[in-house]
Design a protein around this ligand. Structure first.
Ligand code: HEC
Ligand code: HEC
Length: 453
């Protein structure tokens, strides 16, 4: 703030000097007066497009990181999650959530929110990481990425919690310690065990009611997700498990590298602003209006149809007016570039030729987004895969995954459910699916190329 103030003063002074010089050098010609006063006048009436864009970017970033859309009513009010976090000793229930537990379930700490003294104490091992009171202190500092603590006015008691987009779609760079560092917006948090976190709730009955199941079943389902996964479709179709008995949850995808991409999510539910509204209202339980008549299809989406999720109306909409800036910020989240030395450039160059040629990858994954330009959806059999997850979406298809920055989210595997543990396994799959007859060397060239995107 003060820095900006000083800079403003300096600029004002420079401007005055410039005006004076202009006047002197041109002998006070009327022409020069007009020339210098014009930009100043414009500045007062309308900010430049660049300034507007910057303001929108910042607004969107703040929504992405900080906005709960009023979802405290659900996470605190309904699930009573704050009580499980504080523990009986601090006025809640049970043992509470220590920082160690919080980090173990994948929550991240934003080091820029920690005062110097706290960082020193942490580095010296003088902070009790087994005490839920420390977690409360971190929440009070607003240092837990994507998890917002709401305290009583005297700051003594945690009265509710809410979540933001950042809890799933941000991680940290571990610059201070594992799980503690600077924010990496858009990177999927593949350590986050959403099921374990929701499972801490002392009151899962409302979730059971929505799904039409009992609490024990809900607990089993939540425990089946594991780290880096969430099941967005569960609350539409109630299908918790695949036919093979494995979880129906999908990986949390990156929220970067999406500019220029037509349809979003693994199942291609819609555009980014469509999905943002979907998630903010139907998954995070923020307060807002949402419309999608496709969810009235009771055969396909029995839970959604029964609960009228396609026609949500509230008196106080805290989502809709934020969608433009949130969208704008997401479009600005470029995929991260791979670190130098993280791939073999020579092999990557050979891999690129194969990707665009013999291996036919570029018939779907097209530069620069690496999804299809236009309608980016494909039938499961086109990529020799099962239709379970595709059928949980509106059209029974899979969206071609945009591959920029694929190097940065290998944890949890590849494809929507992480079924391929390595990029090598993905390429091997395509090799047999498309009968490509690629040699082992050629396959590894393609892998090096994928690592370079
Ligand atoms: C609880 C974890 C969680 C939260 C919170 C969450 N998301 Fe997601 N997000 C997911 C998962 C899982 C998917 C994949 C869903 C699917 O394909 O069925 C996803 C998909 C997306 C996609 C599509 C990405 C692509 O590749 O096209 C975008 C964009 C997105 N989320 C943005 C957001 C925004 C913005 C918010 C906040 C309003 C948010 N998400 C909150 C877990 C989360
Ligand atoms: C017919 C269109 C099509 C072709 C051709 C194709 N892909 Fe894909 N690709 C997809 C779709 C659709 C997915 C999403 C599958 C899923 O998530 O279940 C995908 C997913 C991927 C992924 C996983 C990304 C992630 O983050 O999970 C990689 C890597 C990939 N493809 C690489 C390739 C390579 C390499 C080739 C060529 C050998 C190729 N693809 C050819 C459509 C295609």
């Amino acid at each position: 703030m003060s820095g900006r103030h000083v800079r403003g003063k300096v600029i004002a002074r420079l401007k005055r000097l410039f005006y004076a010089a202009a006047l002197v050098s041109l002998g006070g010609a009327v022409f020069s007066l007009a020339a210098v006063s014009k930009p100043a006048a414009r500045h007062h009436t309308a900010p430049s497009k660049e300034k507007q864009a910057t303001a929108m970017f910042r607004h969107g970033r703040s929504i992405f990181r900080n906005d709960t859309f009023g979802d405290e009513a659900f996470w605190g009010g309904t699930l009573q999650l704050h009580k499980a976090i504080e523990g009986a000793k601090n006025g809640g229930v049970g043992g509470g959530v220590s920082p160690k537990t919080a980090l173990a379930v994948g929550l991240k700490v934003d080091v820029t929110r920690l005062p110097k003294a706290v960082k020193k104490a942490l580095a010296a091992g003088k902070v009790n990481l087994d005490d839920p009171a420390t977690t409360l202190a971190l929440l009070k500092l607003d240092a837990v990425v994507g998890l917002k603590g709401r305290f009583t006015q005297n700051g003594k008691q945690l009265k509710s919690v809410g979540i933001t987009c950042a809890i799933c779609h941000s991680t940290v760079n571990n610059s201070f310690a594992p799980g503690i560092g600077k924010r990496l917006d858009g990177w999927p948090n593949r350590d986050l065990n959403v099921g374990a976190i929701i499972g801490l709730s002392p009151n899962l009955q409302p979730v059971a009611d929505v799904l039409g199941a009992d609490v024990d079943t809900v607990k089993k389902v939540l425990a089946s997700w594991g780290p880096g996964k969430f099941d967005a479709e569960l609350f539409m179709d109630g299908k918790a498990f695949r036919p093979d008995g494995k979880t129906g949850a999908t990986l949390i995808p990156p929220a970067y590298g999406l500019a220029g991409v037509n349809l979003h999510t693994f199942e291609g539910w819609g555009s980014v602003p469509y999905w943002n509204a979907f998630v903010a209202i139907l998954e995070m339980h923020g307060q807002g209006n949402f419309t999608d008549a496709r969810l009235d299809n009771a055969a396909k989406f029995p839970v959604a149809a029964r609960n009228h999720f396609g026609h949500v109306r509230t008196t106080h909409d805290r989502v809709t007016r934020k969608l433009p800036a949130l969208h704008f910020y997401q479009m600005a989240l470029h995929a991260p570039r791979p670190p130098s030395g993280s791939f073999d450039a020579k092999k990557a160059a050979l891999g690129k030729k194969l990707f665009e040629g013999k291996a036919t990858c570029a018939s779907c994954h097209v530069k620069p987004t690496f999804t299809d330009p236009g309608w980016n959806m494909h039938a499961p059999q086109e990529i020799c895969t099962d239709s379970f997850q595709a059928d949980r979406g509106p059209d029974g298809l899979y969206r071609t995954t945009p591959l920029r920055g694929v190097w940065a989210h290998g944890k949890g595997g590849y494809y929507h459910d992480g079924r391929y543990p390595t990029l090598g396994a993905v390429v091997e799959h395509y090799n047999s699916c498309f009968n490509l007859n690629l040699s082992a060397g050629e396959q590894s060239d393609i892998v090096e190329y994928l690592k370079s995107l």
